[in-house]
Write a protein that binds this ligand. Structure first.
Ligand code: MNH
Length: 468
């Protein structure tokens, strides 16, 4: 029978978005899910958002024939920079389809395999830094892992060195990116009348976008003048033709996709906030492993056995099932892209006819919440337990129980890249170092001003088998 979608009554933050957003949106939404269950509706400045919180609903809307990606809120603001680039394109924009067909081959596992060397190059800079600074040095893991992620994507996609390890502060590009994305998110929460008055903030936002666009355009022009023989993403975009239409990408479209990769290695997700995907994942993984010494020991034993003291090679990656399980479990508990938005193409019903939703309405699939659905994971759904992600068990899970990379045609194109990088970086770190918390009593707290990452997590790294 049909039900009304529950809507929290006069909660103080309804209609007062600023409060909700600047605190910790994911936590707020998780609390509402506890209270209202599988589905609820909230109204933000007149925009209605319907949150979906269970595996069953996730499975239902993971269907490209009936539901398509929604680009709204802060993601829509980011379009000022990346326009119809892959990530922020509306579903029907022709450049999305062209870039998708051109770039898919460049992102497949075979192509990513050629990037091992560049990934080692950047990861080596982190290993050297931690070794030189020594066992007493206090490390902010998300800081150094952000350097790794940004430098790696710049080197792999356009053979460009950002050299983040050689600057104390954030490199200029990263600073412009952070400020720009933060403003995108604030803009999406301002009523339009207020927005019209924020001329100073808007000018700064436009300057940041121009700075980044200029960097991308400069890299593009330099490449045109000095071609290199390397199959990086930039060359793919410059020289290949869409097999279907015979069209190439315009310089403008290429620049927008370059910017997409730079911010997608470190990017925007969903509607309210931005998260650093790869650095976030690696920081959460660091946390869970230090917190669970038995898992850490097991993983280090696997790494030692497979690598035998040698640098990790491509063919080693498929021989480390426990590493795979730890990454999967981290992405289940702390999906750094914590939500995604879909819109029904036609008026439809959810949950076997129970809830009516109009065509085009905004459905927010709350990955952060629904990947802990007790119906799927049991009583210990909130616990870190990599064993449940081992081969065999993982394949037997109900459909779409685990979906940190989105779904279908608009799913993550960078997934093989991200997987290879997190495997390489974490295996290399754990091969070389024993990690510990600076504060042994540290418990995970979240920070989501701009990114979802562990808050106040500081660690030390001691060379393994080193006599103190
Ligand atoms: Mn990625 C889309 C998660 C790393 C490039 N990515 C998505 C989506 C999710 C996602 C979820 C779907 C968003 C939506 O439905 O609105 N991505 C991740 C995670 C990691 C990640 C959890 C790391 C961990 N992504 C990367 C990296 C790159 C990248 C690294 C680039 C090098 N992702 C993309 C692009 C898209 C995307 C591009 C958009 C694809 C499309 O819409 O066609």
């Amino acid at each position: 029978s049909q039900s009304r979608i529950p809507q929290p009554p006069a909660l103080p933050f309804i209609g007062n978005v600023a409060h909700l957003d600047r605190e910790l949106p994911i936590q707020g939404f998780a609390l509402l899910a506890q209270q209202y269950g599988e589905i609820y509706l909230i109204d933000i400045l007149g925009r209605k958002l319907i949150f979906l919180n269970t595996q069953e609903l996730a499975n239902e809307v993971s269907n490209d024939a009936k539901f398509r990606k929604g680009v709204a809120g802060s993601l829509n603001e980011v379009r000022y920079l990346s326009g119809d680039g892959l990530f922020t394109a509306y579903d029907d924009e022709p450049n999305w389809a062209i870039a998708h067909r051109l770039l898919m081959p460049a992102f497949n596992t075979l192509a990513i395999r050629d990037m091992m060397e560049d990934m080692h190059d950047i990861c080596g800079q982190l290993l050297l830094k931690w070794e030189r600074f020594g066992p007493d040095y206090v490390i902010d893991p998300s800081d150094d892992l952000t350097r790794v992620a940004l430098d790696t994507i710049a080197l792999c996609s356009m053979s460009y060195r950002l050299n983040s390890f050689y600057t104390e502060n954030q490199p200029a590009f990263a600073a412009a990116m952070t400020d720009f994305l933060k403003e995108c998110y604030i803009r999406s929460t301002r009523p339009s009348l207020v927005q019209a008055l924020m001329t100073g903030a808007t000018a700064k936002w436009e300057t940041d976008a121009k700075f980044m666009t200029d960097v991308a355009t400069r890299i593009l022009n330099e490449r045109r003048e000095n071609p290199i023989d390397k199959k990086d993403l930039l060359n793919t975009m410059l020289y290949s033709k869409d097999p279907k239409t015979g069209q190439g990408l315009s310089d403008d479209a290429i620049a927008k996709n370059l910017l997409t990769f730079l911010i997608a290695g470190n990017p925007i997700q969903c509607i309210y906030h931005v998260s650093t995907l790869l650095p976030g994942l690696m920081s959460f993984m660091t946390y869970y492993l230090i917190k669970h010494p038995e898992a850490m020991r097991k993983l280090q034993a696997e790494i030692d056995e497979v690598l035998g003291g040698q640098p990790v090679q491509y063919q080693d990656l498929s021989k480390m099932p426990y590493l795979t399980a730890v990454i999967r479990e981290t992405l289940r508990l702390a999906p750094t892209a914590p939500m995604r938005m879909v819109k029904p193409l036609e008026d439809t019903y959810l949950a076997n006819g129970k809830y009516f939703v109009k065509a085009g309405s905004s459905l927010v699939l709350n990955t952060w919440v629904y990947q802990k659905d007790p119906k799927v994971w049991g009583e210990d759904a909130q616990e870190f337990s990599p064993a449940r992600m081992l081969e065999g068990k993982f394949e037997a899970l109900p459909p779409q129980s685990w979906q940190p990379f989105g779904f279908g045609i608009r799913g993550c194109i960078g997934r093989p890249f991200a997987w290879q990088e997190v495997s390489l970086v974490m295996a290399s770190i754990l091969q070389k170092f024993d990690l510990s918390f600076v504060d042994p009593t540290y418990n995970l707290a979240l920070k989501q001003a701009l990114t979802v990452k562990p808050k106040d997590l500081f660690i030390r790294a001691k060379l393994r088998n080193q006599i103190p």
